[in-house]
Design a binder for this molecule. Sequence first.
Ligand SMILES: NC(=O)C1=CN([C@@H]2O[C@H](COP(=O)(O)OP(=O)(O)OC[C@H]3O[C@@H](n4cnc5c(N)ncnc54)[C@H](O)[C@@H]3O)[C@@H](O)[C@H]2O)C=CC1
Ligand SMILES: O=C(O)C1=N[C@H](C(=O)O)C[C@H](O)C1
Length: 266
Amino acid sequence: MGTIRIIVAGPRGRMGNEAVKLVQETESFELVAVIDRKHDGDNLGNLDGFQGIDAPIYSDIENCFSSVKADVLIDLTTPEVGMLHTVSALNHGIRPVVGTTGFSSEDLAKLEDLTTEKGLGCIIAPNFAVGAVLMMKFSQMAAKYFSDVEIIEMHHDRKLDAPSGTGVKTAEMIKAVREPKVQGHPEEKETMQGARGANIDGMRIHSVRLPGLIAHQQVMFGEKGQMLTIRHDSFDRVSFMSGVKLAVDSVMKLDVLVYGLENIIE
Ligand SMILES: NC(=O)C1=CN([C@@H]2O[C@H](COP(=O)(O)OP(=O)(O)OC[C@H]3O[C@@H](n4cnc5c(N)ncnc54)[C@H](O)[C@@H]3O)[C@@H](O)[C@H]2O)C=CC1
Ligand SMILES: O=C(O)C1=N[C@H](C(=O)O)C[C@H](O)C1
């Protein structure tokens, strides 16, 4: 395969910044443009921290996608904006690799239909870290034997969405294999709203937000006389980058939507 031409949306963000570095460092990738809500018409190389990079900045996605020849969009923005970018990329024949979290199940269904209609690959990955993908897979394995589970996801306090995309994906993967069960006491009552966390199919997800954290999750399975805890920690956003690279390489060979890197990592 030749060079993959890439547009990064959200280049000045915590993840977008790492993604720009990844694209620059990867011989088979070329950064052809970035999408940023500010600095329209400027060049990324003129901004602090991006010296030596040559990539035009677009604030208008339609203008970007119709002016620049690209193969892949890497989106690391916010749920509403990420959805608009993904739809627009597909409509312009560009394959999206989406790390942005917070998409609804309706959003995912819409993207699945559009991807199939266009015959293009699209990867939506709630977590690009290989260790986090394994944590989700191990949790799915454990759920066959332990039906009572609580998910505790912990993130930095600048995060917009709760629960995290990883927390939701973990619950969905567990839901696919465990017997449906409403956990806790059948008559339990929250005396303070939210005390028992979010409810997905009777499972609970608790969201912790604190400065100093990056991205962490522990999945706790309880059974009479024993407990199993499966935990993953990202201490640095570089932990996500091998997954981003894998997703970009993989999306070029796909013609359907793939939701979750566990479907790509064997
Ligand atoms: N899939 C994964 O492995 C990971 C996913 N994430 C997700 O990635 C997303 C970004 O996370 P962070 O980088 O931490 O957030 P951030 O807040 O640091 O960056 C978001 C970027 O989006 C940009 N943005 C907002 N509106 C825009 C618009 N209209 N056009 C262009 N750019 C726009 C902002 O300027 C900002 O640079 C979040 O949804 C987060 O949950 C974060 C880490 C790992
Ligand atoms: O916002 C973040 O930081 C992260 N978001 C993703 C999520 O919502 O699961 C992935 C990772 O946990 C970091």
